[in-house]
Design a protein around this ligand. Structure first.
Ligand code: DX5
Ligand code: ZN
Length: 237
């Protein structure tokens, strides 16, 4: 079976990588075929965990053609998006639950020169998006509660993806659907079938053995499963 996988993007999440040699890890996953790098920013307030801010992110070396996909799990992201664009973010996801000024922060991201995206926690209804569809390049649906890598995917995500895909189609818009959390060889096919195209994977890529060869094998295996989902994508909408 031959299916065009150019519509499917695997974004390795650095959260599960070895931060002691983060630039080597970034270079290795890119050599292994990743074009997007998912950067999880946590502030210890919106989520209990703390990771890194723009000053640290500025030290991450971006390989040519790589996309830095910054997922901001921070309160009042409007105060920080400019710094993250300056630090190299190409696309920024802000949580709808983390700001009282969603429309404003999306405009701010775009004015700073990056693509704008909204992220939703598992229990957040899609209706919060009703008045911002025209303002986003991507919608990130969390398939785990944000804060940690290595959690199990919450099954209700499948219906949420299907509904979102239908809403985007009804509006005639071209918005990427990204899913984040608990994706692995057992779960990825189902979310692609439901309509997701941008797939974050932390633990499924950065576990046990490291290095280009290991990462390439894991990315290829995930892409293969995603490809099986693409065949039926949207069929059950
Ligand atoms: C969780 C983060 C995810 C996380 C995914 O809060 O947003 O990006 O790294 O990790 P896995 O793929 O291990 O569930
Ligand atoms: Zn994330």
């Amino acid at each position: 079976m031959s299916v065009d996988t150019s519509n499917v993007v695997i974004a390795p999440s650095l959260l599960s990588a070895d931060f002691g040699r983060v630039n080597e890890e970034i270079a290795d996953v890119c050599k292994a075929g990743a074009s997007w790098i998912h950067l999880d920013v946590m502030d210890g307030v919106f989520v209990p965990n703390i990771t890194f801010g723009p000053n640290v992110m500025r030290c991450f070396k971006k390989p040519a053609n790589a996309v830095f996909d910054a997922h901001l799990m921070i309160t009042e992201p409007e105060k920080h998006v400019e710094a993250f664009v300056k630090a190299g973010a190409d696309i920024i996801s802000v949580h709808a639950e983390a700001t009282a000024h969603l429309h404003y922060v999306l405009q701010k991201i775009k004015n700073c020169g990056a693509q704008a995206a909204v992220a939703l926690n598992p229990a957040t209804p899609l209706e919060v998006l009703d008045y911002v569809y025209a303002d986003v390049e991507m919608i990130l649906l969390m398939s785990v509660n944000p804060g940690w890598g290595g959690q199990a995917l919450i099954p209700a995500i499948t219906q949420k993806i299907r509904t979102l895909r239908r809403k985007i189609k009804e509006r005639g818009l071209d918005i990427k659907i990204q899913v984040d959390g608990g994706l692995n060889l057992k779960t990825i096919r189902n979310v692609v079938e439901a309509g997701a195209t941008h797939l974050v994977a932390g633990n499924a890529i950065f576990h046990e053995a490291s290095g280009v060869q290991a990462y390439q094998a894991r990315i290829d295996a995930l892409l293969h499963e995603a490809q099986l989902g693409l065949v039926n994508q949207g069929q059950f909408v």
